[in-house]
Design a protein. Structure first.
Length: 196
């Protein structure tokens, strides 16, 4: 007998909540600030450009061995390229220094000028030397103790035909207002309340 009133109150409360929920769904949509929409579109454009320039053209990574490393399309080369002359030249690794020599058929360009040889700056220098051979771009990378050649093809199908990522329309009704509490790295922090 004592439990019936509390059960009735719970049922009544649930009925009220169910009646309120549809009304909240019919509320006027929140209009996004034009400045925010503009910044979002700018971010999307920069994302696509970064993918097309830095990631989609990736065509190979070749770790250099000490001494001479020949490169070209001939399978006998240490570094086999997907296009270009059969013998394009050679990279020489001495310690952590990389130099390159090209054969005339390579038609190699560095900083807009034809070259036959060059000392190469790696990506860790902040000013990597980029070699152009047709649509291919090559530069030295350093990863720990390993030194290699990163290859990109700016005319790759992946880069040229990439349509861009798909995004849902901006809907601020999904916005979450919260207070950011950075972790001190020594313990987990959990929110005091959870959104249902």
């Amino acid at each position: 007998m004592n439990r019936k009133p509390s059960a009735i109150l719970v049922a009544a409360a649930l009925s009220v909540l169910c009646a309120i929920a549809p009304a909240a769904d019919k509320a006027a949509p929140i209009v996004a600030d034009p400045a925010y929409l503009q910044s979002f579109e700018k971010w999307k454009a920069e994302l696509v450009e970064d993918l097309k320039q830095e990631w989609l053209p990736l065509a190979g990574l070749f770790w250099l061995k000490p001494g001479e490393n020949s490169f070209g399309t001939d399978p006998k080369n240490v570094i086999v390229l997907p296009k270009g002359p059969a013998q394009a030249g050679s990279f020489t690794l001495q310690g952590k220094t990389v130099t390159v020599k090209f054969v005339p058929a390579a038609s190699a360009i560095i900083a807009g000028k034809p070259v036959t040889s060059a000392d190469l700056q790696p990506d860790t220098s902040g000013n990597a030397t980029v070699i152009e051979i047709g649509s291919m771009r090559l530069h030295v990378i350093v990863r720990g103790e390993r030194i290699g050649i990163r290859l990109k093809d700016v005319e790759s199908d992946g880069a040229r035909q990439y349509p861009g990522p798909l995004f849902f329309p901006v809907d601020l009704s999904y916005r979450v207002t919260a207070t950011w509490l950075p972790s001190d790295g020594r313990r987990w922090t959990f929110p005091t309340c959870w959104a249902m």
